[in-house]
Design a protein around this ligand. Structure first.
Ligand code: ZN
Length: 365
């Protein structure tokens, strides 16, 4: 829910995946000049590798292609006679427009199966292969695994703000589904690290555009949780200042990740817990007051304590945004605790303290 910030380093590191896709599709279009689909095509590639010793980059690329299964896909795509490089540039340059709903591919478009297979291979296999990492990224590690810690919030899911990450379990997945847009399979800005619950929802391919995106938008600003005393439910509402387009984008986001239902089902006690916590802390503070003074405590003093604890709770929750889960819902509810609720709470505590006072006095007697 909170916007994920990308550093320049991360941007540069991830750009290499984009570079690889472009280079690969350039090869599909241009090199080598195959004549027919046969084993001789592979020989041509090998010859090319022997010849291209003057260009280090070219050599590295060919070593990866020939050292992995990538060459099989290259040879397959070649014979489809389609300009996938143009399509790739088209879809990646229009990525933001796709998210905004101002650009799309025709709804009846079915990507060729070989294209799907190629980019699925890139995502599931190639970018995790030793060859690719060593040659292209100059690392002995699997770079995408290292990067995922930086491709998300500190530790909560950027979609739901519910789950804290175990980085071993969290996965790098696609925002726009790769089934419909295979060319976006290793396009950096389309890769998002999220909790498995949210990733499963995205896989359902229910995505509707326009939609907010964790790298572009801070969706927490576009809506708020509201607690209704009547039905003891959490609901979602939108600020009246929100533009129609941002509202639509936010609604599509909330719907895709089933945010309202998930919170309604599992977190309806958040409000009561917050109130209990404030009460507990106010009472703990009052216990510090010397016994002889507690008789003189006035309701205004309790009200001030409640206000103080409430502000402290807001401040401390703000500090752990994107680190601890559920901070969005807590902050929204804390900020909605109205003056009349502060009064009610204070009255309740006042009575509570006086009852205790009476009890302890009668005990003494
Ligand atoms: Zn999630």
């Amino acid at each position: 829910m909170y916007k994920v910030q990308w550093t320049e380093d991360l941007r540069n590191n991830l750009k290499k995946y984009d570079d690889f896709s472009k280079k690969f599709l350039e090869y599909v279009n241009n090199e080598p000049l195959f004549i027919n689909q046969s084993l001789r095509d592979l020989e041509e590639l090998k010859n090319k590798l022997r010849m291209e010793t003057h260009d280090e980059e070219e050599k590295i690329f060919l070593q990866i292609i020939l050292g992995t299964d990538a060459h099989k896909y290259l040879l397959k795509l070649k014979y489809l006679n389609e300009d996938f490089l143009r399509d790739y540039i088209d879809v990646t340059q229009n990525y933001k427009n796709l998210i905004d709903g101002s650009w799309s591919i025709p709804t009846d478009y079915q990507p060729p199966i070989d294209l799907k297979d190629t980019f699925t291979y890139f995502y599931t296999n190639l970018i995790k292969s030793k060859k690719f990492n060593e040659k292209f990224l100059s690392t002995t590690a699997i770079e995408i695994e290292n990067l995922r810690r930086h491709m998300t919030l500190k530790s909560t899911c950027p979609y739901c703000d519910i789950y804290r990450f175990e980085f071993d379990l969290s996965s790098v997945d696609h925002f726009v589904p790769k089934a419909k847009y295979p060319l976006l399979s290793i396009f950096p800005i389309n890769l998002v690290v999220a909790c498995t619950a949210c990733n499963d929802r995205i896989k359902k391919e229910n995505i509707h555009f326009p939609i907010v995106h964790p790298y572009f938008d801070n969706v927490v600003e576009n809506f708020y949780f509201e607690y209704s005393e009547d039905d003891k439910m959490l609901n979602i509402n939108f600020p009246s200042s929100l533009s129609a387009i941002d509202k639509k984008k936010t609604e599509n986001f909330l719907e895709l990740f089933e945010i309202e239902d998930r919170y309604k089902e599992n977190y309806k006690d958040v409000y009561d817990d917050l109130i209990d916590d404030i009460q507990g802390r106010v009472l703990a503070g009052l216990r510090m007051v010397k016994k002889r003074d507690i008789r003189d405590i006035e309701i205004e003093f309790i009200e001030d304590s409640v206000e103080e604890i409430l502000n402290e709770s807001i401040e401390s929750t703000q500090k752990v945004r994107s680190i601890k889960g559920l901070t969005k819902v807590k902050l929204d509810l804390l900020e909605q605790i109205s003056n009349s609720e502060v009064k009610n709470l204070s009255n309740y505590l006042y009575v509570e303290i006086n009852n205790k006072q009476i009890r302890s006095t009668s005990n003494v007697i």
